[in-house]
Design a protein around this ligand. Sequence first.
Ligand SMILES: *Cc1c(COP(=O)(O)O)cnc(C)c1O
Length: 419
Amino acid sequence: MNLPTTRTPPVHAAMSQWQWQHGELRVGNTPVSRLAARVGQTPFYAYSRELLQARVAQLRAVLPAAVKLHYAMKANPMPAVVQHMATLVEGIDVASAGELKVALDAGANPAEISFAGPGKRDPELVQAVAAGVLVNVESLRELPVLAAASQALGLPARVAVRVNPDFELKGSGMKMGGGPKQFGVDVDVVPELLNFAAREGLAFEGFHLYAGSQNLRAESICEAQQKSYELALRLAQLAHTPVKFLNLGGGFGIPYFPGEQRLDLAPIGANLAALSERAQAELPQAHIVIELGRYLVGEAGVYIARVVDRKVSRGQVYLVTDGGLHHALAASGNFGQVVRKNYPVAVAWRAAGAAGAEEREAASVVGPLCTPLDLLGDRMELPVAQVGDLVAVFQSGAYGPSASPQGFLGHPACVEVLV
Ligand SMILES: *Cc1c(COP(=O)(O)O)cnc(C)c1O
């Protein structure tokens, strides 16, 4: 790319990886106004192939070669994204038979697909055995179903035990371990599970531990990985066959809000290198896997909406856009935020051109829904925007349309493009 591109002022670390030209955001090599015309409508999500690739490359640069990288596709299940990711990572983690279908259609290798989730229905378990993927067992109930499917199909039922860790991932946006949880099985249930699997001829492959999500503290992630490894090592002694698969989880976060710093990958890479060296001696047949969702895709996506009205209420400016929480629940602050904060938002293109772009004002960016929850940016300092301009919500590549109530209020469904 030899374009004379400029970058936005570093308002937020998230924006600095995107390119701008003459005050207009570009996705891949395409100006966002042209992309909107190509898509044929606003609002839409745009994901960048180039940024997805760059993110995986950054990780590869610090992870030991022996550690396998899996993409947890619930973060962004768009088929084209999954297909692209399947060419970049070793495996795909799915959480339903629906996701399993998308992963298989995308060409992911079934040997490197794993299936986790607390309420797998019987037909989903049968589908997993038929597909030849690894099932992360989360309940004793799943075992006889898997054994019967294995018998009926004449195929091995590949299983790993998802263990509810007896510790938590400190400082996580969402905790998924430590204390009572619906995920995995408690440590004291593992022996019974392993015995059942051995007795019924299930193909035991290893352990899956997942302690939490959206963490920006490298030391917390290292600590959780260390503890996960130690726990797996103890449990491996109870297994009847060697551990071949050891999923140490993920939880890598991305910066969304002012003041948040990017996760420091170097210590995590060093820690995993040390663990993988230990594993060579202590669990010689095991592959260490980490599974990441948000970290791989979150920063590679923007949500683009058009200003359809500009209103002033008691002195406060409202930019009313055609996009909102029905497509972008997380950006509206209603998907797991305790105190609402603004995602990074920018004016991505001005219908009148860049002239006057330096003029700024405090404005709230809202959606078209009849609820005060439909807020994309609360009193943000933005260039003065008019009807017809395009607004971008950054850090929108993960937990977007598939995690939003699209049917709410009957607006058009969301469109996604991979550029
Ligand atoms: C949700 C989930 C992930 C992905 O979490 P991110 O925060 O998007 O990285 C990975 N593994 C399991 C088991 C999950 O439930």
